[in-house]
Design a protein around this ligand. Sequence first.
Ligand code: NAP
Length: 248
Amino acid sequence: MGESGRVVMITGGSRGIGRAVAFRFAEEKPSMIILHYDPDDSAASDTVTKLSELGIQAAAYKLDVSSYKDVEALFKNVLSRFGKVDVLVNNAGITRDSLLMRMTEDDWDTVLRVNLKSVFNCTQVVIRSMIKQRGGRIVNISSVVGQIGNPGQANYAASKAGIMGFTKTIAREVAGRGITVNAVAPGFINTEMTAGLPDKIKQYFLQQIPLARMGEPEDVAEAVYWLCSDAARYITGQVIHVSGGLFM
Ligand code: NAP
């Protein structure tokens, strides 16, 4: 186990925001569990190698977090290897954008499964052990789009708004057990998810951001880390927006 003794599990920790969260935790030398899905696991192995170079005990597991059965099996594995999970960051997410008139049933189902059902899956399997140890931190990565909507993202916005409702409900359910549950809602962040957007869309977003730039994954990681620190012990059921003021 790492020096701090905390065991941190991050879904989608192989790249983008999840990877930045992993590196933000690095200074306290936790044990780190990275979940990812791409069969080409070069991003995950690169992340684990770099974390190991920093002296962190890190492991990557490849699975589809939207499968309850697979998440349950993974967690058994994690418990036998690490003994517990103190911090869960539900970060894995995807987009399948199109206007409602053109959105297929598969686009809807896939995004809701990966972005929202996965949060139920991972939270439910982890929370039992957090309740037993009477403590834990859960941070769910939502999106500004779940709050304000965005044309072409009905599935994504619904999944991210769902995360906000889920977060507040579970925060109420487990507050008495010393567990905090919060959400972070990023705005427009510089990762592979946004890299492919047409310049026109990027310009449109940039014009609406008071701080007049895209966010970096590290900007989001800072808020996640803080919510998991002792400094945030009296904060639960909140949605913290990290969007340069895009939503206020
Ligand atoms: P990203 O760079 O595309 O990374 C997504 C991560 O999720 C990858 O590690 C990916 O693993 C993992 N993942 C995807 N599907 C998975 C599945 N079925 N099972 C397990 N892991 C899976 O995305 P990002 O921009 O960092 O976004 C991270 C989170 O922030 C997402 O929830 C996203 O919705 C949210 N967010 C992002 C922005 C933004 O502007 N970037 C804004 C608001 C909210 P593989 O690489 O192995 O597939």
